[in-house]
Design a protein around this ligand. Sequence first.
Ligand code: MN
Length: 191
Amino acid sequence: MKHLLPELPYALEALEPAMSRETLEFHYGKHLQTYIDNLNRLIQGTPFEDSSLEEIIMKADGGILNNAAQTWNHTFFFKGLTPSQPEIPQRLLKAIEKAFGSFEEFKTQFTQTAVSLFGSGWAWLVSDGDGRLSIASEPNAGNPMRKGLRPLLTVDVWEHAYYIDYRNRRADYLNAWWSLVDWNAVDGLLG
Ligand code: MN
């Protein structure tokens, strides 16, 4: 199965000024494309040639795992953004308040996790088998599905995600990213 660059549900300039067209051109058009090209090359002639991304993430290791997880993570990240942010659905708000006490506390803890992640990686909001929400961080190409957790929301804190727009200011990038989160997409994943 040849993996393809996913279509974005918005134009490359639609997320400005929080996320520039130039960042999307590089992050989506070049970084994600490279992970997909690497994955397609690496799976040739292996048992993963016809596997879904999820199957590869659960079973592979090494370069195949890294490129499959980066393909999944970026697709999930980009599809979780919107230029016209909706109100947080009540069901999601209730679940967040139950887990973290308040929405503001969730935002504080999530931002702290993302800002303090050493090096490259991803911060996640996840749900466990009982529907309990928690915050997780994964280095590099990590994906919480490998630990049996369901991803609901993620933010990419690799430097390539923010260096064009925010240089070294990861906290400024995160502050802008919050304004792009598609809460309807997160709510739809609660199950
Ligand atoms: Mn990235």
